[in-house]
Design a protein around this ligand. Structure first.
Ligand code: ARG
Length: 296
């Protein structure tokens, strides 16, 4: 069954995108993005999403927040069991990105979203929403480099859902969205090399039909950092082997070049934030919440 979410996206128009500091292994301030090309690539991505039947709402980029273009990390948007739209705002690991939620918070609130935090400066836990995906019977959340384990407990109890944690150990796959991409209710792209041994086993047990990427495929092509709209996978690049499997499963691959954004360490998924995951439809409602962690 195809994904029912992934049709409504929040994005940030890249008017102040640059590589100003280094918080992941891809970033190098000596290798700056071309602003015109970045904007053209971003517009191409928006047009592709719209052509495939998705919608995009864009918020302006703060001049002091060069990484804000990676809108996936602003927060985790969900439709709650009571029908209310809700966003759990991220609490970024690095101070360089923390001001982003200062703009995202009022933007979501003005659009009718209920808002909450699982951590803010000095209290609670780090959460970066690029680590979280609805899949199977749970919200699957990567933790380690960015999101902290404590955030999983807060998410589960605050939202009344099951959260399944995966421990990320690879410094180059610092968000789960660089190593995991749900394709439909049974299938997902996964790169177990991003995870420790127990979590690699856990993710393979979780996905009935995994499309397993090598470490090299994930790191050099960003192909896990893709989005799915119905039966179409919008990808920054696609190795032939991966394309053959996707097509055999009935998916259409559409490539959108977002090379400028790879300079900051993110690709298509990082630029897009789906806010239409529904508790009770895409994730079971679990009153009181439940956290399932891999064995240590
Ligand atoms: N420079 C950004 C950072 O390191 C890139 C974010 C990529 N986003 C993502 N969802 N993986 O935070």
């Amino acid at each position: 069954m195809e994904l029912s979410w992934g049709r409504r996206y929040v994005m940030v128009e890249p008017t102040h995108f640059r590589v100003e500091y280094v918080i992941n292994p891809f970033m190098d301030p000596a290798d700056q993005p071309d602003p015109q090309l970045a904007l053209a690539q971003w517009r191409d991505l928006v047009a592709t999403i719209e052509r495939l039947g998705g919608t995009v709402e864009a918020l302006p980029q703060r001049p002091d927040a060069p990484d804000m273009v990676y809108a996936m990390n602003l927060g985790l948007g969900l439709v709650r069991a009571d029908g209310a739209e809700h966003v759990v705002l991220s609490h970024m690991r690095y101070a360089e990105r923390r001001m982003e939620t200062g703009s995202a918070h009022p933007w979501f609130a003005e659009r009718g979203f209920a808002t909450s935090y699982v951590g803010r400066d000095g209290v609670g836990a780090h959460l970066e929403a690029g680590d979280a995906f609805a899949f199977g019977d749970a919200l699957v959340v990567g933790y380690g480099p960015r999101t902290e384990e404590l955030a999983l407990k807060h998410l589960a109890s605050d939202l009344g859902i099951r959260v399944r944690g995966l421990r990320i150990t690879h410094p180059g796959m610092y968000h789960l969205d660089l190593a995991f991409c749900p394709l439909d209710d049974r299938r997902a792209i996964v790169c177990p090399a991003a995870l420790d041994e127990a979590s690699a086993a856990a993710v393979l047990a979780l996905v009935p039909e995994p499309l397993v990427l090598t470490e090299e495929e994930a790191l050099t092509t960003f192909c896990a950092n893709s989005i799915v709209i119905g039966r179409t996978v919008v990808m920054p690049a696609c190795p032939d082997r991966v394309r053959a499997q996707l097509e055999e499963w009935g998916f259409t691959v559409v490539i959108v070049d977002v090379s400028e954004f790879h300079k900051g360490g993110g690709s298509i998924r990082c630029l897009t934030n789906p806010v239409d995951v529904r508790i009770g439809r895409d994730l079971p409602s679990v009153p009181g919440g439940e956290v399932v962690l891999p064995p240590v």
